[in-house]
Design a protein around this ligand. Structure first.
Ligand code: GLN
Length: 192
């Protein structure tokens, strides 16, 4: 099993390190054809507008549609969540629409641009505390009926899943806790 990390922009290297700590093989994906060699894909945080420009320039949109249709799992963090959402506001922008949520970009305001806090995740049946790092993070404002909540912060959903698509508003690659990457890796393994 090998998990791809979209390496067009943003903090993809830290996701590779997090996977390596779990003993999971990873590969940087810079061209659509490289998707053929991976069983799942992480879309890292960064700047969603820049990410979209780069994705469109290299024909990633149809390739990711095919990837998603093939049943291989995808995990988007922060800007990755924005790119995977059904609807984006503040401002409105194009997105892939693979998970039925509405996200508001940069929704924590100036004073709280970046912060670390504790939330709660329910990834393996029982809820447990999880350290979360938010960087100019989006907020999930609406969850469609087919979307389940995997983690909360201050009562709000900050991690969600619809089928093979997982999203988080925070950055699990910036903490030592392997829980979130382990969760995604086991999803990828189960779908192979
Ligand atoms: N603020 C960024 C955006 O709107 C996301 C920030 C991040 O990925 N850390 O695209």
């Amino acid at each position: 099993m090998r998990i791809g990390v979209l390496a067009l922009q943003g903090d993809f290297a830290l996701h590779e390190e997090a996977l390596a700590r779990l003993g999971v093989d990873s590969a940087e994906v810079r061209r659509p054809t490289e998707l053929d060699a991976v069983d799942g894909l992480i879309i890292p945080g960064g700047e969603s507008t820049t990410l979209l420009t780069l994705m469109k320039a290299s024909e990633f949109v149809p390739a990711l549609e095919k990837f998603h249709a093939s049943g291989r799992p995808m995990f988007g963090t922060c800007a990755g969540l924005i790119v995977l959402a059904r609807e984006v506001v503040n401002p409105e922008q194009f997105s892939l629409g693979f998970i039925d949520v509405t996200v508001e970009r940069n929704a924590y305001g100036r004073q709280r641009e970046s912060f670390e806090s504790e939330g709660e995740a329910t990834l393996d049946g029982s809820p447990r505390p999880l350290k979360m790092v938010f960087i100019r993070a989006p907020r999930i404002r609406r969850l469609g009926p087919a979307v389940s909540r995997l983690a909360s912060h201050g009562g709000e959903c900050v991690m969600a899943r619809q089928g093979t698509v997982v999203v988080a508003a925070f950055h699990p690659e910036l903490t030592e806790d392997p829980t979130v990457h382990r969760y995604f890796a086991s999803l990828v393994k189960a779908e192979r």
